[in-house]
Design a protein around this ligand. Structure first.
Ligand SMILES: [Zn+2]
Length: 302
């Protein structure tokens, strides 16, 4: 347990220092919502910019007119240094998670301190990443700055960085009525008589359920109707722990079932068996109710 501090260093009103031409330009650009670095003689772009190349000790500023242009020589004729606009997006190189944040931290919720390599830069910038959760953080994460609306020319004009948008949640709701066509109509008609109707390809002999009119493998027209099932075997299955409107009790098992005589499995509910006892290869049989398949259940020994 650290003891309470007994010394305080404070400059009432703040400590004022001049920025110099390099940091001054960097901060002025931040106020305008841009991030710039400075290019060294070795053509490396330092962000944040430094007045001296840390590798050689040479000044990073070049003589006016000698090398690189300013972005706008008409509006800013006095600034002839080799500044380069970078980012605004970048990539997280290293990071550490801060939870809980301290009083002086830029965010009042858990966040990451990260070394961010802005696009076009050769060095990394330390800044906060508001990722929401530690699980969202990783090396290689693409981030963008979140700018403050009231910028003053400070590194805190960037409130923080935020992960690049990679997914959206769209509100999707479509009401529709299915009118079964020829193939599906025949299949449903079969179900109403407690029969699974499949189509058999006259060329490759593959048997498809539900019944369909053409072979997806060889393209042949299918007009040969065969009955499959109602027994079959489980090829793969999932134990679901989130309730579904069609299966409100959890856990429930959804399974791919290869009906006897068919070459492709159908997906269906599997019930009348504890979820933990379902296994690949388990023999099952359709339970019909009200003209359709209620679910599949383990085949009982006769
Ligand atoms: Zn075929």
């Amino acid at each position: 347990m650290p003891s309470e501090p007994n010394h305080i260093l404070e400059f009432p009103g703040g400590y004022t220092r001049s920025t110099g031409p390099v940091i001054g330009r960097f901060l002025t650009e931040l106020r305008a919502g841009r991030i710039v670095g400075v290019r060294t003689a070795a053509r490396k772009v330092l962000v944040p910019p430094l007045e001296y190349d840390p590798e050689t000790g040479e000044p990073t500023l070049t003589t006016p007119g000698q090398t690189g242009p300013v972005r706008d020589p008409v509006r800013e004729p006095a600034l002839s240094y080799d500044f380069v606009e970078v980012g605004p997006a970048g990539t997280v190189r290293e990071w550490t998670w801060v939870d809980p944040p301290r009083k002086n931290h830029p965010l009042d919720r858990p966040f990451a301190w990260a070394l961010i390599r802005l696009d076009g830069a050769d060095t990394s910038l330390v800044h906060a990443v508001d990722a929401g959760t530690v699980k969202a953080m990783r090396a290689g994460l693409r981030v963008w700055p979140r700018w403050r609306p009231d910028r003053v020319g400070s590194i805190t004009d960037i409130e923080c960085f935020v992960p690049e948008v990679t997914t959206i949640v769209a509100n999707v709701r479509t009401a529709y009525t299915v009118t079964p066509g020829g193939a599906l109509g025949r299949y449903l008609d079969g179900l109403s008589r407690n029969v699974f109707l499949a189509g058999q390809c006259p060329t490759c002999r593959s048997v498809y359920v539900p019944y369909r009119l053409s072979c997806p493998q060889c393209g042949s027209v299918i007009d040969d109707e065969v009955e499959v099932g109602p027994g079959g075997s489980v090829t793969t299955f999932a134990i679901n722990n989130l309730p579904d409107p069609r299966a409100p009790q959890v856990p429930f098992v959804s399974a791919y079932i290869l009906l006897d005589g068919a070459d492709i499995p159908i997906i269906a509910l599997l019930a009348e068996v504890p979820a933990g006892e379902v296994a690949e290869g388990m023999r099952v049989r359709a339970v019909f109710e009200g003209g359709t398949v209620k679910w599949f259940a383990p085949e009982r020994e006769a």
